[in-house]
Design a protein around this ligand. Structure first.
Ligand code: SF4
Ligand code: SF4
Length: 208
């Protein structure tokens, strides 16, 4: 199945739901919290928190977060989605929309009065990575939303390649194509382990 950004975000909300979210405190150190991702669209992700929490303060101060969410019984059956991006507060008005989509929230905040501390945040611009270890070879993909710049990351073989094939047997995913010189790394299956760069005798492998 070909997935686009909207699909990756929807998978995170509907198939995983709870993400470990990292923010940065006043000392510049990371702090993590488990946060439910409650809705998504082509413009990003939506979640809520209470204004009394330290998490709220860190979101307001930095306007940025990173998260990872994983689905799978074991490592080798798991899919991970990681995102980093900018957040903005939408406020209380958006709460009812998230409660409608996530009725279990009524068990935690049963009355209108008890909901007043809550506020909604929108991750409106960011980049993400999809990593599927259940596939053989592994599958990875990157995506962006909200106009974030797409950065190319990974390992690439340059024109300096002499076609010696020393990199081929050390590749754990057999994702180096030998049909032409320079050889070509199939980015969708690369583990980013760096073995190919280590063994290349002419430094033809670049990490970008
Ligand atoms: S980084 Fe690792 S997985 Fe990717 S092509 Fe090189 S050896 Fe293969
Ligand atoms: S080890 Fe380096 S020179 Fe040899 S095939 Fe691989 S990339 Fe090309």
């Amino acid at each position: 199945m070909d997935m686009n950004t909207k699909d990756y975000l929807a998978y995170l909300v509907n198939e995983i739901h709870t993400a470990v979210v990292a923010t940065v405190d006043d000392e510049g150190l990371p702090v993590t919290a488990a946060i439910d991702m409650m809705d998504s669209d082509g413009n990003g992700l939506y979640f809520l928190t209470a204004k009394g929490k330290g998490f709220y303060d860190r979101l307001k101060k930095r306007g940025f977060l990173a998260l990872t969410a994983i689905k799978g019984e074991t490592t080798m059956t798991s899919v991970a989605v990681s995102i980093r991006g900018k957040v903005r507060e939408l406020g209380y008005e958006a709460i009812s929309m998230l409660f409608e989509k996530n009725p279990y929230m009524r068990e935690i905040y049963p009355t209108e009065e008890s909901m007043h501390a809550l506020t909604v945040f929108h991750i409106y611009e960011g980049s993400g990575e999809w990593f599927d270890l259940s596939k053989k070879p592994i599958e990875r993909a990157s995506f962006t939303f909200g106009g974030a710049e797409r950065k190319t990351e990974g390992y690439f073989i340059t024109d300096a390649c002499i076609g010696c094939r020393s990199c081929v047997p050390v590749c754990p995913q057999q994702c180096i194509c030998v049909d032409s010189v320079p050889l070509v790394i199939d980015q969708a299956h690369c583990l980013h382990c760096g073995n190919c760069m280590e063994v290349c005798p002419v430094s033809a492998v670049e990490k970008r």
